[in-house]
Design a binder for this molecule. Structure first.
Ligand SMILES: Cc1cc2nc3c(=O)[nH]c(=O)nc-3n(C[C@H](O)[C@H](O)[C@H](O)COP(=O)(O)O)c2cc1C
Length: 209
């Protein structure tokens, strides 16, 4: 596999920023569908794919989220063209016969081990959330991830009712889906960026053994 060029690294990492202000440019549903078609190929353990994504685009959907948001996250979330609830399905193992067909025992490995289910769902949905951020950048979009919100309120509002009104999908069985983090998506207003904070040096974060 060839190394990608520096321009790609800039888009994905070096020059990519976390955005808090958004240009008034909509994100078409077709692009959100394309975003999923890219991010879905990121790896997860046992190909479990536990993440579930709720794309909030309408004002009405955003209003349902508002009461759960930390004060500092309200204005930018309401202004973003799209807010994604990155969630995980604790019954992800029911899809393993499709996702991991060469090892039928894998479903029951999880079904009989709730601690492993929780660990796997959280770890891998976080990874899939990161794939979402990088895929969005690769498609020319910007992101603003957020953990400053009340997960229990989001879970009650969006996942506990046993159905997801408007979304036309069937993967929100009552109580099985939990929120992980939120991610605003759109076209960021670079003029409103804060100065970038540093990262740890190699010697602070890494060891070669
Ligand atoms: C999982 C996660 C949760 C975050 N939560 C919040 C948040 O609740 N509110 C906020 O303003 N920024 C939040 N951030 C943004 C981070 O502070 C930001 O990504 C980090 O400082 C790096 O900024 P940069 O990408 O511009 O370098 C979050 C980022 C991540 C990845």
């Amino acid at each position: 596999m060839d190394r990608v060029n520096d321009a790609v690294l800039d888009v994905l990492f070096h020059k990519a920023r976390t955005h808090n202000a958004w240009l008034p440019k909509p994100v078409p549903d077709a692009l959100l569908r394309e975003l999923y078609q890219v991010l879905k190929w990121g790896p997860t353990s046992a190909n479990s794919c536990p993440a579930r994504f709720v794309f909030l685009r309408s004002a009405a959907a955003k209003e349902r989220l508002r009461p759960a948001l930390s004060a500092g996250n309200v204005a930018k979330t309401m202004a973003a063209p799209v807010t994604v609830i990155v969630a995980y399905d604790l019954r992800f193992y029911d899809k393993l016969p499709k996702l991991f067909p060469h090892n039928p025992a894998m479903r029951d490995n999880f079904a009989n081990n709730p601690q492993l289910v929780e660990e796997t769902a959280k770890r891998n949905s976080s990874l899939q959330g990161a794939y979402l951020i990088l895929a969005a950048r690769a498609l020319g979009l910007d992101c603003g991830p957020m953990s400053g919100f009340d997960n229990a309120k989001v879970d009650e509002e969006f996942f506990a009712a046993g159905k997801c009104e408007d979304c036309g999908e069937e993967f929100f069985p009552a109580g099985h889906v939990k929120s992980n983090f939120l991610c605003n998506v759109g076209y960021g207003d670079s003029s409103k960026l804060f100065p970038r904070s540093p990262r740890l040096e190699f010697s602070e974060a890494c060891t070669l053994m």
